[in-house]
Design a protein around this ligand. Structure first.
Ligand SMILES: O=C[C@H](O)COP(=O)(O)O
Length: 253
């Protein structure tokens, strides 16, 4: 039985003050919720304060990115060791915005995934096709190549423990969501591929989220699909009401 993971990717939103205030509200809204895992991924500046605020709660902490090295002369970067010490459980890697605006390749993502695992962080590895790729009928080819390269060289046990987020680029922040059937089809395809790469048991255990304009109105149907094990939520994770409603939709499923 895979426990759904509902993760809020705040992107570059919320100051420390706003982050702490939000998390206080979210803790109250989700008090007593069980059977799903909830994570928030604030900007780096708010991680420490949010970690303290989350102590003893049923919400865990994630980061939005990290460098592959443990330390070094990499101005402006943050290492897996630093994230682990601050209390992060998850780290989002290879988000399409990192790939698009910061030139991250599958090879970069692969190195980061290995570094995260080495330091006890659970990677949330993002993959997804662009609109023109979908329209040309290349979704599986594009997503398949991203999965193979980003997760190359991992053992079945390592694959089993991580999280993959299928996020069609055309659905991110656009209000345009993949239909539950389309999302299910790609998630099932990813699971088959992971079975080839790491064996049936790894594929049975790995959690595969959907991301891209998830909101309270569409969450239940998406999360009701057999191969969708949670959501990576951007815009709708910035308000307690909408994120709380998405978490509750997962509970119903
Ligand atoms: O990581 C989250 C995704 O980019 C989805 O963002 P969105 O929910 O605002 O479409």
């Amino acid at each position: 039985m895979r426990i759904p993971l509902l993760a809020g990717n705040w992107k570059m939103y919320k100051t420390v003050t706003e982050a702490v205030e939000f998390v206080r509200g979210l803790k109250e809204a989700l008090a007593g919720v069980q059977g799903v895992e909830v994570a928030v991924c604030p900007p780096f500046t708010a991680l420490y304060a949010v970690a303290r605020e989350l102590e003893g709660s049923n919400i865990v902490l994630g980061a939005q990115n990290m460098h592959r090295a443990e330390e070094g002369a990499y101005t402006g970067e943050i290492s897996p060791v630093m994230l682990k010490e601050i209390g992060c459980r998850y780290v989002i890697l290879g988000h399409s915005e990192r790939r698009q605006y910061f030139g991250e390749s599958d090879e970069d993502v692969n190195a980061k995934v290995k570094a995260a695992l080495k330091h006890g962080l659970v990677p949330i590895v993002c993959v997804g096709e662009r609109l023109e790729e979908r329209e040309a009928g290349h979704t599986e080819r594009v997503v398949g190549a991203q999965v193979r390269r980003s997760l190359a060289g991992l053992s079945g046990t390592e694959l089993a423990g991580l999280v993959v987020a299928y996020e069609p680029v055309w659905a991110i922040g656009t209000g345009r969501t993949a239909s539950p059937e389309d999302a299910q089809q790609v998630n099932a395809f990813i699971r088959c591929l992971l079975a080839e790469m790491g064996g049936q048991e790894a594929a049975r255990q790995v959690r595969i989220q959907y991301g891209g304009s998830v909101k309270p109105e569409n969450a239940a149907e998406l999360l009701g699909q057999p191969d969708i094990d949670g959501a990576l939520v951007g815009g709708a994770s910035l308000k307690v009401d909408s994120f709380g409603a998405i978490v509750r939709a997962a509970l119903r499923e």
